[in-house]
Write a protein of this length. Sequence first.
Length: 138
Amino acid sequence: MMQQHKFSKKECKEINDLLSQLFEKKIERTEDQINSVSTGNAFILTTTINKKIIAMACVYIQRTISRYMAVIEECVVDKKHRGKGVGHDLMDRIIALCKWFEVDCIELTAKNAQAIRMYKGLGFEQRGTNKCFRLWLK
C-alpha cells in the first residue's frame, strides 16, 4: 500500500483556494474533511512550487463488475500557473499511479477548453456529446 500524505492546515487552505477557483465560489473544507479523502484507494495528488500547492487532483480507484478503473475529480491548476505544463505533469503522475495499480481505464469530466485539449493530447477520448472522457490503459 502507498503511503498517503496528511495535509497540514496551511496545505488545506491552499487546497481550499484551488477548489474555490475550480468551482468559482468559496470552498472551505476542514483539515479533517480533506485528510479523510486520502484513504485506501483514494488519493489527493498535488504539485508544489516553493512549498505552495499550485495544482491538485483527487483520484479514486475502484472496481466495477467489468473493469478496474480510476475516476479523477477536482483536478485544478492555479490560474497563475495555467498553460505552463503543470496540468500535463500532474496528469502524467496520475497516469503512472493508475498503471502502478494496473487500472484498466481512467475517467474524468472537463468543461475547460484548454484542459480538454490537454486530455485529448494525452489520449483521452470524449464519450458521446457530454464532457466525459476516458483513457484506456489496457
